[in-house]
Structure formats: structure tokens, C-alpha cells
Design a protein around this ligand. Sequence first.
Ligand code: FES
Ligand SMILES: [Fe+2]
Length: 438
Amino acid sequence: MDDHGTLPLTGTAYAHLFRPGYVHRDLYADPAIFAQEMRHLFGRTWVYVGHESEVPNVNDFMMRSIGRRPVIVTRLDSGDIAVLINRCTHRGALVCRTQRGNAPGFTCGYHAWTYRNDGSCIGVPLKHAYGADFHPRQNSLMRAPRVQSYRGFIFASMNEAVPPLIEHLAGARQMLDQWLDRDGGRPVLVRNGEMQFLTHANWKTVYDNAGDGYHPPFSHTSMLRVFAERYGDVDMQYYSQNFDESPILSKDLGNGHTMLDQRPAMHAHSAWARQHVQPGREVMEAALISQHGRERALQMLDDSTGSGMNLNIFPNLLIIGNQIQLLEPQAVNRTVVRWFSTTLEGAPPEINATRMRMQEDFPSFGEVDDTAQFESCQRGLEDVPELEWVDIRRHMSTGAGRVDTDGLWREPISSDLHLRCYYDAWRRIMEAGEAARQ
Ligand code: FES
Ligand SMILES: [Fe+2]
């Protein structure tokens, strides 16, 4: 993709929702469009369903979703990951109703049809009533036809013909590599609990915000002021000046994936030194220096401090700092947002403790600001039918974009590049879904 939000499209089913620099409010407020997104978008592309470290052992499982479809992500005897559609082939009940656990199979709570964790149906009570040619195995659970992992990140697709995951990830792959390769590339563990909340907003509002480098100094004023007044020039204080002139930037990674890259400012000297005060900071730093020497200890702390990346992998995976955020659309105006903290396998306990302290910080302190904006946008978009259009014009015509040294397109941090890029992907996938239906 090389035109960053202006791709020519062949289908026209959704053309009325777009005009240059604007998208229509129906994208956020119309339940019919939401239903089509669940069918065409989440049903046709790759969707993030979890991390391999969440199901490390044979028979581990967890409940997730592909759009609204409930699924079970489980590890088979072979070590492979399967994604089962959590819908009994009898009358449709959920066969698994426990968020996570370890089990070789699932028995539906309604009439006790039983399935192995590869999906095969192995038990049907009183099965004589179905006739002599009835075989349980013909009633096995559906499985997501495509499941692939990239360095621990598990994606599934309901679309047999979806392009390979690597192709789909496009430029996001090299950014994921950079995220994973910090501190010697120790394996990431997603096993430390999560923070989950329901917001009364459309799922795309959350995705819009993840790539929005325009709002931080305004939406997060109180947070930035507290840090500035107590600790001085730390954390994201570079947002206090004309931040479009600062080295931080927005990037198009292709296929609707984008990134806010704060590393040029956050990591310019020492990411650890920029990190504001947190409980135990001096003690952890001193312990690491005594064990590993000053240079190595500070390097480890730099590598483990917030990544400086907001990596947005369309449509539902957001990597923010050291954290993984998963979006679960529930309805046109309801979204579950799940924040997963990460630690590193084999890292010194002080490093993982430091990561945990940092990860407690932003969702607790900053996400409330963002969530207030999500719900406020939803109110305005749902309740004012006379005003139909949503503005996504920032830096569309300033000529400030250019190809970066890594070959990827970049624009100033406050650009709406991310919206223009992901709506291109949205239209391409949705139009293809519509065409396939006809
Ligand atoms: S609905 Fe599952 S056994 Fe009847
Ligand atoms: Fe924010």
C-alpha cells in the first residue's frame, strides 16, 4: 500500500460512508453496519485471539472471540493450537463457559453432548433416538479454518482463503520484531492477569484513539501535569511543546496497521531515566546494579521500560508500551477492552517487578481519560443525526509525509494517517465480503 488512505476501490456498497477527509457517523452508530462488520470484517480477516504463553500446557484453554463469535483457544496433544467455535452443534449453547482452565474436552451443559478439544464429538446421551446412521463425529464442533502464530501471537480467521498471516502483518511484522527483540529477545509471557472493562462506545473509537497522537496533552492534562510538577521533564512531557515539530511520528505499516513511534523522544537518551518515579524504583535499580554492574543493569532497565511504541494491528490488537490490548466488540455502542501485562521469561525478578509497576500505571491513571472521550464521542455520534460526518483530515494535505529510512511512510505525530489507513483496509475487506455474498 503506498497511497496512505486514498486507495481506489471497486466495490460501492459502502462508498456512501466515505468522502475525502471524512467518515460517516453510521460507522459508529448504525447497528446494521456493526452486524456487517462482525460478518464481513471479523469473519474474513485475521483476528488476534491470544498469546501462546496463556495456554502453555497441553489441554490448556481460554475463551476468546472472533468478532462476536465465541471461541475456545486450546492446546492439543500435538502442541498445536486449535480455535474451536464455542457453539454446540446440537442447539447452539456454549459448550465452554469457563474463562480458562485445563481440560481434554468439553461437555455441553444443556444436554451433555461431549467434545474432545480437537472439536470431535465423542458422546451424545441416548443417541439411539437419532437413528442407526447417526454418528457423533458428524456433529463435531466447527474449528476456525485458519490459525497461525507469529512469535507467540495467535491469530485465527474464519476465512479459508485469507492471505498468509505474514503477508497480512506487512510492516507490522518488523515492528513486532523490534518490540520482541528488546533485552536480548527473551520470550514474552502473558500470564499476569489482566484489566478488563466495558466501554459504551464503538470498537473503532478505541482503535481511533490508539493511533491518535493529537489528544495526549489535552485528554491527559491532569496526568501530565502531575508528573511535570512532581518529577519535571519525564515520561511524555515532550507533548507539552509543538509536538508536530518533535521527532515522534505516526507510521503506515500497511493493511490498516499503524504505529505511533515515541521512541525518537522517549528513548533518545535513556528510556529508564525518562520514566517517572514508581514504587521501589531506587531499590530495584540498586539491586540490579549490584548483581550485573552499572552498564548492564541500566541497559536492561532501558530495554524493559515502556517500548515507546503504540503498535496497532488491525482490527483488534493494540500493543501499548509493554502491554497488549485486545478489543472485543459487543454491540455497535459497547466494547470490552482487555489490557494484558507482560513479563519476560528468565528476566531478573527486579526487571519483571519494574515492568509490572509501569503497567499498573497507564491503564489506571490514563485510560480513564480516554474512556471518558470514547463515551462522549459515542453520545455525539449517536444522538445528533443532523451532523453526519466525522473529521479525519489532519495532515491530509500539508505535504508533511515522507518515506522513512525503513521504507515506511511517516507523518507528524498528530496526523489522522492511522484513520485514513485503517478505513482503507476496512473498505477493502467489507466490499470483498459484500461481493462474496452476492
Ligand atoms: S445444546 Fe448442547 S447438548 Fe444440547
Ligand atoms: Fe490516550
